[in-house]
Design a protein around this ligand. Sequence first.
Ligand code: GLN
Length: 395
Amino acid sequence: MTLPGPGIPEPPAQFFSAHPSRADSFTESVIREMTRLALKHNAINLAQGFPDFPCPPELKAAACEAINADINQYAITWGAKDLREALAARVQKFNGMSFDPEDEITVTCGSTEAMMASMLALISPGDEVVVPEPFYENYGPDAQISGATPHFVPLKDDFSLDEEKWKDAFSEKTRAVILNSPNNPTGKVFSKQELSFIADLCIEHNAVAITDEIYEHIVYDGHRHVSLGSLPGMEDRTITIGSFSKTYSVTGWRVGYTLADTALTSRIRKIHDFLTVGAPAPLQRACVAALQLPESYYKELAGEYDRKRRTLFAGLKKAGFWCELPQGAYYIFTDISSFGMTDTAFARHLIETVGVAAVPGSSFYHKGGETKLRFTFSKKDGTLTEACTRLERLG
Ligand code: GLN
């Protein structure tokens, strides 16, 4: 059949049913749909997790400088050398892991591409991946696109691991586990002990851990971020994913990375090359400047988010939501049972009549989640207080 092009009409609807695609097996992102709805109704967007405040001035200056210095053509496909070198030093210092910038670090278009490239590099159709539930929305479609069969393991009510369920989830078909700590949407920060339990299962079943650590610098109340890949026996079987998006408030730059041993990295790089060629060159240069910020930057970042967390928490409580303070990341995952509406209906009601957008809980579950709603507090203080005032109208 001829595909549409100039002067060629769109194929009839039957075309789509006669030609199924992997894109039919998942829906559009609910998180980003909520952003569109928020814009349409002029609601405050506490749905999609991105800051409405500026990134550090050092990053803006470095990006402008890079463009003016004509760093405007492709970087090396797996990432500019200076950025990979700066990342290797940072990861050694903060995460306690050693990676050779030459063949163990790959710069990607955000952690979203890092996850997709990792799964495409790793999975053969039919392989199983173990995914704790609730999970970040993208992991469902990532599994569908890569041909993996996801095996969802529910977290306990306090978001800790149900060890028996985890043991049952692993089999000879298990190729990988997808972990996200600090966690989106729950805020859970997995302890070293919990990570050791997962590491033991990976080692016993010869599985790889793909660990999304994008919120590694956003932790509260003395919780400590531990990289799964830093645990003994995990060095060669972990793909650690990081990003500049959340740590430096530049979600639109699309610069992330994978850290993995040479064998895994060479596969990831091949997929990455044909998916995207590379992340934006001038922004990679600016990310080197980000890595030069003083240690105090990270402390202040966590301190600021701690304050914002408490503001939104108090507002949500006052408005009648059941919730707890998260241990890390920048979301509050609430229970809405007392409002007597399901998540999607309630999310629409909030946007259209209260003027605040949040994400329906069901987008973080393969089944269920209708009693949950996720709010982000990655916003200016003024945005958060106005959102809290609006939420009071619910009462
Ligand atoms: N990680 C962010 C969230 O959960 C943004 C998601 C996205 O749109 N890429 O809201």
